[in-house]
Design a protein around this ligand. Sequence first.
Ligand code: NAD
Ligand code: TDX
Length: 335
Amino acid sequence: MKVLVTGGAGFIGNNFIRYWLNKYPEDKITNLDKLTYAGHLSSTKDFEGNPNYQFIKGDICDAGMVNEAMEGVELVVHFAAESHVDRSIEGPQVFIQSNVVGTQVLLDAAIKHKVKRFHHVSTDEVFGALKLEDKEKFNEKTIYNPRSPYAASKAASDHLVRAYFTTYDLPITITNCSNNVGPYQDPEKFFSRSITNLIDNQKVYVYGDGLYVRDWLYVLDHCRAIDMVIKKGKVGETYLIGGLTEDVPNIEVAKKMARLLGKDESFIELGKDRVGHDRRYAVDWTKINKELGWEPELGFDEVLQKTIEWYQKNEWWWRPLKEEAEALYARTGQK
Ligand code: NAD
Ligand code: TDX
């Protein structure tokens, strides 16, 4: 089968391609990626020579290029997006362009080329924010309430994907996943930024009061869930994917990281808050568990340990990216 992956030089995309090439060695994968600041060919180095893998540098908003890449494709797995909330606050326009217009260009091409499945990779941020005391978590029936330009652009893309199913019968599936962590995550995100700061004897900057909560999931557990939805999921359906069953506030995450890296709490600083900061994300993943048998393999402590070890062993990968990531925080005042 010929598979088109968009955004495969980014964090989740490269992990997904590596996973898929190993699990389905007979498939041929084309990776279409614009190589924005978040796309790195260093992340695909270990499989770039695989005869079943091909890289195309291109923009998903470029219909000509997308149509060429879609030739003979049966499965599209769509990761390409601007993905960082802090950058969307600084400059929303590119989020609308890549995440909304780019998705629409891909959907049109998918119809033209009669693809058998268009899988859209989305986020739990489309649902807005839970309160710390809320009992009910996000589920497939939760009403959309995006609160950052990033979340709004992803919400728009989800609506478009569903509209193409209803209007044009395009065989789609959607997954909305919680916060991923693991190998090859750009050091701009909380986990990867904090771990690499600590390795460099720098502080972890925890936004606001530190009582914000995210639902952390190991990236390969996400890749396995996408695989299951593609192979066994029902066309037209949405599946939510999440990790933790108990809340861990960001400040506790930072403390655990510091401890594991041999640092005391003087390496943690409560800092400037994010504008419109969503208080809490928590995902109810009962549907994918009951219908497809998915559950996360790794608990939070294992996720943290494995992720720290990867960044300790792979400085060659993250060190060249650190300056660009910290330049963002110098501009936004988050150090
Ligand atoms: P990332 O920022 O690490 O990677 C995005 C990739 O997309 C990069 O390689 C970039 O070059 C590429 N890209 C961006 N705009 C493009 C364009 N116009 N044309 C072609 N390529 C383009 O992102 P990520 O963390 O790997 O996230 C991947 C997808 O998963 C996104 O759609 C995101 O919304 C979703 N998601 C992410 C998380 C998370 O925790 N990281 C959680 C749930 C869902
Ligand atoms: O230095 C930091 N200090 C800090 O306290 C950074 C970078 C973040 N934070 C906080 C903000 C959030 O509460 O940590 C939490 C996680 O922040 P991010 O890593 O920026 O992730 P988040 O905003 O939750 O969004 C992520 O998860 C959902 C991804 O970036 C999205 O692409 C995905 O859709």
